[in-house]
Write a protein of this length. Sequence first.
Length: 74
Amino acid sequence: MAYEQSRIKQQKEQAFLQARRAALFEEKQALLEEKRRLETQIASQSDPASIELMLMRGLGLVPEGQIKVLLSKE
């Protein structure tokens, strides 16, 4: 009977640890993806075309000679 209780406890602990391992693996994958995205963003900061695109998206600026067009939902 003591053996059976010990075995059940061990199975519960093993299931908990496997679930924890899976959660940590998913978190690791998400963090690695974010790291790759940030590395790409840092590497592109020296590229003039990328800087221009970031300014256009982030600040709403347009290059000289281009016209900014705003569309309304009305």
